[in-house]
Every structure is written in structure tokens, then in C-alpha cells.
Design a protein around this ligand. Structure first.
Ligand code: SF4
Length: 330
């Protein structure tokens, strides 16, 4: 018998294909951990992706690869609802209703909209403006009371809360639930350039599903303390990205050793990276093994997503009946 859960959690992620260490430490680990105490609804937000992608060619394969990574990392479809956003079209209907209680100026004033418009001036589409409204619909459609967000995403959730209040006030109802935030500890994972956030588009990432040899190769490319030019120069672990990763994947003894030996040039960067790469590969070995096993059945991921769609749709169906009634639609 499954334990009583504390509430329903919703989170969505764009289909970005094979996941990297930044995705893993920033989101996937939290997703997995939350399953223990919460009823989780995890969505691959392909409609959101349409606001920024130029080509939709890889949407299907990116969805497959990401879902496979989620499952291999420990997502449990027996209890967690895992599905594709566009396969529950009720979300677009709810988005439309919510848009009627959202002032346009509020959307165009959001820093995230301004940032996106700056990044793609050739494609400032209507969907981009309404993105936070669709995000709100994602959450409230499944009556999720909780959303795991890093502190930098807190304004998005506040927007969702305000939109729910506006809707409930406008239609004199309490049908939509104001979501609360579960603060998650999401470290900012830098790419192998040691400068920017790890990202596929910057090609500074390390994929979870890479082979051991590919992982070693990427780790060896990592930028270290720029002041450590020669092997005999003492280093500064506190400014080195390799050391940050040791803190995640190495043992306390190894972390102390690197901290000490780097400062007195007792360890070289090559050796230090080899140690990190070895520990990273050891950590990822069970994930990689599970991924390879799951991939043998090419239908498995799609079956999981189809089953998730049915469960998500049942929740959505119920909410939409209540929403239409609250609005007074005939
Ligand atoms: S020895 Fe390790 S921690 Fe020190 S600078 Fe080199 S890679 Fe970074």
C-alpha cells in the first residue's frame, strides 16, 4: 500500500533531448526526491517550446530522449504522472480563459518577456507574451498546490498566484487553487567553460548518457583556475569549477585532499580532473545501465507517456468542467 502523500506537485520542462549535468543537479534530482512525499505530475512542455524553437524537427526525438533520462534517473510512472503537454489540449482552453483576466501590460512588463524578446527580435510572437498564462494553466489544470522552483523562478509563481486570484475573484469562485512554492536547492551548474550556465546550446555541457570515454574527454576540457598557468603554480579551488563538481561527486576525504593539494601545487589539474571524471562515471554508472536496459524496449517510453496522458486528462477533464461552470459557459 502506498504511503499517504502530502499534496500534489507539478513541474514542467521543455523537451531538450538528452539531459546534462545541469538538468540533473538543477531539476531531475529534485523531481525524483519529491516522489517520496508528494503526488507528482511532471510534464514535458512541448507547446512552450514552440515559442522559441525555429524548427520542430527534433521535438519528437527530444521528448523521447528526455523522458528516457527521467525514467532512468528514477522517475516512477507507477505513481508519478509523466506526460506531454500538447496531449492534454484542455490546457490551451484554460489558457484562453485565464488570458481574459490577465492585463496585457503586466505580461509585456515581465523581465522574462523582455529578455526573450531581446534574444529573438525576429520572432516576438503572441505565444511568447502569453507564456506565463500558459504556465499558470499548466499548474492549475491539475490542481497542483505545490511547484518546485528555484529562487530565480519565484516571480513566475507569484504571477500564477495572482492570476488564480484574479480568476477566482472575477467569477466569484474558489475552483482554482493558488499554488505555493517548494523552495528547491538548485545549484547553478557551470559549463565546462567555467563561465556560463551549463547549456546544450552553448555546447558546454556533459550529457548524463555519454559514454565513460566521452565524459572523460569533456571533463579534461574543463577550464580551471585561470591563474594556475603551470603545474608548479598553487591553485585556488574556490574559483575552480572542477572543485565545485568534486564537492558534489567526490568523497569528503577526496574533497579535503584536493582543497589542500591544489593550494600547494601538490596535485596537477590533469590528475584532479581524472579523479573527478572517475567519480562522475562511477556515480552515473547505474543510471547509464538502467537507461540502456529501458531503451531496449522502444515502445516503453511512449507507453509511459500515453498512460500519463490518460491520467492527466482525467484530472484536466474534471477541472475544466468546474471552470466552465464557474464562468457560466452554456
Ligand atoms: S588542481 Fe583541481 S581544483 Fe585546483 S585548479 Fe586544478 S582542477 Fe581546479
Amino acid at each position: 500500500m502506498s504511503a499517504i502523500k502530502k499534496g500534489r506537485v507539478f513541474s514542467g520542462a521543455r523537451p531538450t533531448g538528452r539531459q546534462h549535468l545541469g538538468n540533473y543537479l538543477g531539476a531531475i534530482q529534485n523531481y525524483i526526491a519529491l516522489q517520496k512525499d508528494y503526488e507528482c505530475v511532471y510534464c514535458i512542455v512541448d507547446i512552450h517550446a514552440l515559442t522559441t524553437v525555429d524548427s520542430t524537427e527534433s521535438l519528437r526525438s527530444n521528448t523521447y530522449e528526455m523522458a528516457l533520462d527521467w525514467l532512468a534517473a528514477g522517475m516512477r510512472p507507477e505513481e508519478t504522472v509523466i506526460f506531454i503537454q500538447s496531449q492534454v489540449p484542455e490546457v490551451t482552453e484554460l489558457h484562453t480563459y485565464l488570458s481574459m483576466v490577465t492585463p496585457l501590460g503586466k505580461l509585456t512588463d515581465l523581465p522574462t518577456f523582455k529578455e526573450k524578446a531581446r534574444m529573438q527580435p525576429h520572432n516576438v510572437n503572441y505565444g511568447l507574451v502569453g507564456y506565463p498564462v500558459l504556465m499558470t494553466a499548466d499548474i492549475v489544470l491539475y490542481k497542483a498546490g505545490l511547484v518546485p522552483v528555484g529562487i530565480d523562478q519565484a516571480p513566475h509563481l507569484e504571477f500564477a498566484r495572482e492570476t488564480v486570484r484574479s480568476f477566482n475573484f472575477r467569477f466569484n469562485t474558489s475552483v482554482l487553487i493558488e499554488p505555493s512554492m517548494i523552495a528547491t536547492d538548485s545549484p547553478r551548474v557551470l559549463g565546462i567553460d567555467g563561465q556560463q550556465k551549463m547549456s546544450k546550446s552553448l555546447d558546454n555541457h556533459i550529457e548524463l548518457a555519454s559514454s565513460e570515454a566521452e565524459t572523460v574527454q569533456r571533463v579534461m576540457q574543463m577550464v580551471t583556475d585561470p591563474q594556475r598557468m603551470r603545474r608548479s603554480d598553487p591553485g585556488r579551488p574556490e574559483v575552480c569549477n572542477v572543485f565545485s563538481m568534486h564537492k558534489v561527486f567526490s568523497s569528503p576525504e577526496e574533497i579535503s585532499m584536493v582543497d589542500l593539494e591544489c593550494r600547494r601545487a601538490g596535485i596537477g589539474c590533469v590528475e584532479c580532473k581524472q579523479l573527478y571524471a572517475r567519480n562522475l562515471n562511477t556515480h552515473l554508472a547505474p543510471f547509464r545501465h538502467r537507461r540502456a536496459e529501458l531503451a531496449k524496449d522502444t515502445n516503453l517510453v511512449w507507453d509511459v507517456l500515453r498512460e500519463g496522458q490518460q491520467r492527466a486528462r482525467a484530472l484536466a477533464h474534471q477541472t475544466m468542467a468546474e471552470v466552465r461552470q464557474a464562468i457560466g459557459l452554456p
